[in-house]
Design a binder for this molecule. Structure first.
Ligand code: MF3
Ligand code: CO
Ligand code: CO
Length: 259
């Protein structure tokens, strides 16, 4: 498959799916407190997506994934499986990753939440990782190249003594959850795909406090840092516009940043 250029009609559907995914993150925030389980967070999101949004939680049964959202706590890099046995405790950091399908199109976004009071180290990792995402997004425009985005993210993460996960990356998205291109969060300037108006893809850097290496747990989904240090991730679905970019999954709290 080639990199798809979305039609105006498809873009309108992507805007709707993106907004719904962002709204799930806004909805779940007050529930993320000491004592709740990630299984409970999954149930609340599932019921909201299905019954309030009349949408489909894309992860459920995707390649056999058993739940409707991903919840990745502390040393979990990505694809954490919600569980009633995983109770959040004070100082945890958690990534909640939401993908919804509405009218055949996907919106994919994630953010970090603090449970109770974070450590200074966790707070710093979380902030730098969000800045990695924003620096990547701000480069998006027709004519820009994917290597420039990866380079910028890697450079900023490493300047802050963090490392970039290489085994997982952003992706084209539309009627298909994961399509071309692959969007690496590391790389070299002036390399890779040249962006064109109408492309839609995610940027979703996973940044580790320690070394970049990961390990897949026996459940065949949960990805953890090999050194068991913290990892953070933020994700948006982006449209390449004539003038630059549109963040299809922007939350209300981010409007000041992007205006
Ligand atoms: N939402 C993830 C991403 O950003 C993918 C999750 S796939 C699942 O691409 F199967 F783990 F849910
Ligand atoms: Co994604
Ligand atoms: Co995602």
């Amino acid at each position: 498959m080639k990199v798809t250029i979305k039609t105006p009609e498809e873009i309108e559907k992507m805007r709707i799916a993106g907004r719904l995914a962002a709204e799930v993150l806004e909805m779940i925030e007050p529930f993320i407190e000491v004592g709740i389980s990630t299984g409970e967070l999954d149930k609340i999101c599932h019921e909201y997506i299905v019954n309030t949004q009349d949408a489909i939680p894309a992860p459920l049964n995707y390649k056999g994934f058993p739940k409707s959202i991903c919840t990745s706590v502390n040393q979990v890099i990505c694809h954490g499986i919600p569980s009633d046995k995983k109770i959040l405790k004070n100082g945890d950091i958690i990534n909640v990753d939401i993908t919804v399908i509405k009218d055949g199109y996907h919106g994919d976004t994630s953010k970090m939440f603090f449970v109770g009071k974070p450590t200074t180290a966790a707070e710093r990792l979380t902030k730098i990782t969000q800045e990695c995402l924003y620096k990547g997004i701000e480069l998006v425009r027709p004519g820009a190249r994917l290597g420039d985005i990866g380079y910028t993210i890697q450079k900023y993460a490493e300047a802050n003594y963090y490392s970039v996960v290489r085994e997982y990356c952003g992706h084209g998205i539309g009627a298909v959850f994961h399509e071309e291109p692959q969007v690496m969060h590391y790389g070299s300037k002036d390399t890779g795909l040249t962006l064109k108006e109408g492309m839609t893809f995610t940027i979703e850097p996973m940044i580790n406090q320690g070394k970049r290496h990961c390990k897949l747990l026996p459940d065949e989904w949960t990805v953890v840092t090999k050194d068991r240090k913290l990892s953070a991730q933020w994700e948006h679905t982006i449209l390449v516009t004539a003038g630059g970019y549109e963040v299809l999954t922007m939350r209300k709290e981010e409007q000041p940043h992007f205006s």
